[in-house]
Design a protein around this ligand. Sequence first.
Ligand code: X2X
Length: 337
Amino acid sequence: MTKLTRRSFALGATAAGVSTFWISKARAAEFTYKFANNLALTHPLNKRAQEAADKIKAETNGRFELQIFPSSQLGSDTDTLGQIRNGAVDFFTLSGLILSTLVPAAAINGVGFAFDSYDTVWKAMDGKLGQYVKAEIAKTRQILALDTIWDNGFRQTTTSTKPIVTPADFEGMKLRVPPAPLWTSMFKAFGSAPTTINFNETYSALQSKIVDGQENPLAIIETAKLYEVQQFCSTTNHMWDGFWFLANRRNWEALPEDIRAIVAKNINAAGLAERADVASLTTGLRDALSAKGMKFNDVNATLFRDKLRAAGFYAEWKGKFGDEAWSTLEASVGKLS
Ligand code: X2X
């Protein structure tokens, strides 16, 4: 350890100061982009997004920084949809059903009981059905979806009042649904009284009994701690839902091609990893949530699917989506209507 004189110390500190300045200057990203989502930091989506952000920063030598804003920090889903359209937000993961308020076709994966397994889901969403929806999203000219759709999961019904065993148990139930026409339509067809509430207000709406129940995949029930305000969980599996990784088109195209390629590669890879995380997380969650006091019951899905059919739900949505989209869906999942 060499003894520093006052003068040499001063010279060294100045040099260090200057080099620190240049290092920190060099570290300041050329492009800092905002990614908003509505999920808890602990959800696999945010864990994988942070991993991708770190890889992108390294592979672009610090030129691109992805800032992640979880838990609807930048606004509700409906607010943030406006922000991704005008470019105030650069990336946003959003359910196709909520996106359907802008791109009607994007709700098609939410048709009740369309998917009976993840194999069927990925065959459709990574195939013709997903391509069809991404093309419809691109037609907006304001936003586009990156290739890989991320997983939300198969949705289950929870309540604070009673288990849902048959469709009759839905009669008159005040149920929270996300702000999307297909969700409202489905739960009206079941006979319940759906109320559209953005996800960031769902916990408090359940806690204050504004609504008795809600529906979400187990990974969300866990990471959003909905088990604290819900007692029953009925495995209705009534819908598979995913998250499109949306980009503001103008801001996306403003990126140099080499950076865009690195961002797309890592985000799409993170989406595939997140799918695996959600699937493995879900396997243990029924026991984990039971241990936290939730009471589970299984249902006979045929009763619920027949109820939707009798209420005209499939006929209504076949008419709304149109023959081309509906036949693309049925080519992947079999006859529905
Ligand atoms: O709002 C919901 O229920 C959630 C979190 O599953 C969606 O983003 C659709």
